[in-house]
Design a protein around this ligand. Sequence first.
Ligand code: ADP
Ligand code: MG
Length: 398
Amino acid sequence: MNIHEYQGKSILKSFGVAIQEGIVAETPEQAVDAAKELKVKYNSDWVVVKAQIHAGGRGKGGGVKLAKNLDEVKEKASNILGMHLITPQTSATGKLVSKVLITQDVYYPGASPTKEFYMSVLLDRSKGRNTIIYSTEGGMDIEHVAEHTPEKIWKEEIDPRVGLQAFQARKIAFNLGLSGNAFKEMVKFVTSLYKAYESIDASLFEINPVLKTSDDKIIAVDSKVSFDDNGLFRHPDYEKMRDITEEDPIDVEARNAELNYVKLDGNVGCMVNGAGLAMATMDIIKLSGGEPANFLDVGGTANAERVEKAFRIILKDKNVKAILVNIFGGIVRCDRVAQGIVDAYKNMGTIHVPIIVRLQGTNAELAKKLIDESGLKVYSAIEFHEAADLVNKLLKAN
Ligand code: ADP
Ligand code: MG
């Protein structure tokens, strides 16, 4: 699950990380009120209006604008709210902006030079460790830095047995070229950021830019958070931050049905029980000359209702030319699943793509009989290679 910048900042604040304060607005009028409130607090007319969408690169796409007075706040907020913001991280159609964050501006007239750093904490799966990645070259061009001057990007691995050590936080502050009060502030910043990342079960907590202000404070100007979905049940409060308008409708439907679904770009849909078997099924689809259109693990309880939901989700993808159902009946009996498939098929009316069903395990023969005698356009197989041959044949015929 991903959340918005303003939500990530509220989490940071609750862990004692210094942030750039701001107020969320959904209309230009609310934006003006927010700017007035900030002016009272910080005694500056300048604010930054920031589009809140689940994608980075908003600055480059025109979703982060400076406003120097209340009229400009109204104008910029009107322009940004309701726009389809296109950034390097969105699709070509962009994302609809329905909220803006009004924040204090850090580059008000007369401010002394400041510095933007990059920092993120993420799980490095190849190492099996949380890693802090940081750079002196923060701001909007971090991708460019990573590609052209990778030596300017540092990594600090965290040993899970002891967690982040004080010397590591000091090393980071030192490598960022800080001294004096800014050094101490950075040590505090890194320590609290890491604590936040660990406590909320995040898989990514990225702050770009981390800003050193003219008076040597270190603050988070932006935030990007991805939660590990498997840890979300431990955090009902954070789960409430979910914004389904930002998510793909098919993903939302699959999650509501408690199906483990990942859309891919191929032409053969698949429905499998168990993640390992699902991976093997995707391999067999490739071997048969097709490309998997999705990963879908229906889990241990493949009853008629779940099977029907899964069919509906797979068929929303217009690229699907055939569906391969591959179920191993260990605890669940194959004849039950077969009956579920027949029922789902009948309930859904006409399905225009061929369905190949491979059921193996308890009562597999009975299941095959049920499907063969159902009179539906469903092809059954017991052996894996038979299923693959069928997929191949049917793809060619269609
Ligand atoms: P994104 O990463 O989606 O482009 P950011 O929040 O990082 O969005 O904003 C882009 C850039 O705009 C930042 O790198 C920073 O230079 C500038 N910026 C963002 N917020 C402020 C602010 N409150 N005051 C001054 N500059 C800002
Ligand atoms: Mg940013």
